[in-house]
Ligand binder design. Structure first.
Ligand SMILES: Cc1ncc(COP(=O)(O)O)c(C=O)c1O
Length: 419
């Protein structure tokens, strides 16, 4: 029995899909104790967009630690926090005309979702929240209340209330979702109170790479404006450039009232989470939403370096080029293998959906085969039936192609018996 089976709780999850011990990683490669090398399409579930141990970012963090830079400071002013805020304002907010205040939340994504929930309620004086079916917003009780999956919700142990789930337009194209929401908000007999906010992911990543159209996002912005309801974009997984633009809602041309950011914001896989909020909504009183780990100084150093790296390495252009490569590969080489396959993607997050394929747990079998052949790749969506292609934004083209070819071979084996 391994130390993990002996000691670590049954709650462990990803390690069950990739049952080796990793000890080293560089950019898009991970190495196991037995020396095996893996291409990483899992990308720390979105936390490693700049690759593992990116030298540009690593050098700055090492220099900072070696200089005895302050390592823990709650929300005290520190040189590196000030430098991060200045860089974030100059490289991200200003060029996009975004007038946001920045709130540092506890270290993980769910902390910024909790802050957004509290603040939406405080600003509007209402309690209800609208969220879309298929959504994933985190595992603490507030975030879990707007997460739709039955299994994670069951873990709450208490009723999760205050949320109305709206059918996702992807699953219900026949429904005018915007009109439906407006009716719920305005019809005195709908039985639903007008909500404080609507929370969306522009691409549901854990939900199986389900992409909202730019038109839907714009129409939702208009609806929220008409009804005085806040619009919150959870950009924890697909922000920071994953869809091409830094903010996933940029292409739609809207400005949300609040934006949650985490995962790759620190640039180095270090815990860090932010809430962006409009200045007029900044009605927090000091310490009203607090936490010991709101100022990971190494993360500030990494985050500043990462924002500079993005610009210097033109990551936005690279992501759009890689998007075209993946789209062409999936369309021309993967989809023809089975007419029941479905495919969705944007930027550098793509999902091959095996949900309608007749082989039981086809995505699971393909994922396993990929791992045996040196590719770490996650599954997502209902029944884990979507293979999620989400490499680092820095991945080299030959590694990207190699990873896609491993998927192709695995799919041939599972779907066509190696034809
Ligand atoms: C869209 C979204 N929101 C919130 C979270 C929760 O973030 P964390 O796991 O860091 O708490 C995740 C995590 O996958 C996510 O994808």
């Amino acid at each position: 029995m391994s130390i993990y089976e002996e000691l670590e709780s049954n709650v462990r999850s990803y390690c069950r899909s990739f049952p080796v011990s990793f000890n080293r990683a560089k950019m898009s490669k991970m190495y196991a104790d037995d020396g095996r090398e893996y291409i990483d399409f899992f990308n720390g579930a979105g936390a490693l967009d700049y690759g593992h141990n990116n030298d540009y970012i690593k050098k700055r963090i090492i220099e900072y630690i070696e200089s005895d830079g302050i390592s823990h400071a709650l929300d005290l002013h520190t040189r590196v926090k000030g430098e991060f805020l200045t860089t974030f304002r100059n490289l991200i907010l200003k060029p996009r005309g975004l007038d946001y205040k920045v709130m540092f939340c506890g270290p993980t994504g769910t902390n910024s979702v909790e802050a957004a929930l509290k603040l939406s309620r405080k600003v509007t004086g209402r309690t209800g929240i609208f969220a879309l079916s298929g959504s994933f917003h985190g595992m603490t009780l507030g975030s879990l209340s707007i997460t739709s999956g039955k299994v994670p919700r069951a873990g709450a142990g208490i009723p999760l209330t205050g949320v109305t789930f709206i059918p996702h337009p992807h699953s219900h194209p026949e429904l005018d979702t915007i009109a439906y929401m407006e009716e719920l908000m305005t019809d005195e007999y709908s039985g639903v109170e007008k909500p404080a906010a609507v929370f969306i992911e522009t691409v549901q990543a854990e939900g199986g790479v389900i992409v909202l159209s730019d038109k839907f996002i714009r129409d939702l912005r208009d609806l929220c404006d008409r009804q005085g309801v806040l619009l919150v974009v959870d950009d924890i997984q697909v922000g920071c450039g994953r869809t091409g633009k830094f903010c996933s809602f940029e292409q739609a041309g809207i400005i949300p009232d609040m934006v949650t950011l985490s995962k790759s914001i620190s640039g180095y896989g270090l815990p860090m989470a932010l809430l962006l909020l409009k200045p007029e909504h900044d009605i927090w009183t000091p310490a009203e939403h607090n936490g010991t780990f709101r100022g990971n100084q190494m993360a500030f150093v990494g985050a500043k370096a990462a924002l500079e790296y993005r610009e210097e390495h033109r990551l936005e252009e690279k992501t759009l080029k890689d998007e075209a490569l993946v789209r062409k590969f999936v369309t021309e080489r993967l989809l023809p293998m089975d007419k029941n396959l479905q495919y969705r993607g944007k930027g550098l997050i793509h999902g091959v959906d095996f949900g309608r394929v007749e082989i039981e747990d086809a995505a699971g079998l393909v994922g396993k085969e990929c791992f045996l052949n040196g590719l770490v790749i996650e599954r997502a969506g209902r029944g884990d039936c979507v293979l999620k292609i989400m490499p680092a934004l820095t991945i080299e083209e030959d590694e990207l192609i190699k990873g896609l070819e491993i998927i192709e071979e695995a799919m041939k084996k599972v779907l066509m018996g190696n034809k």
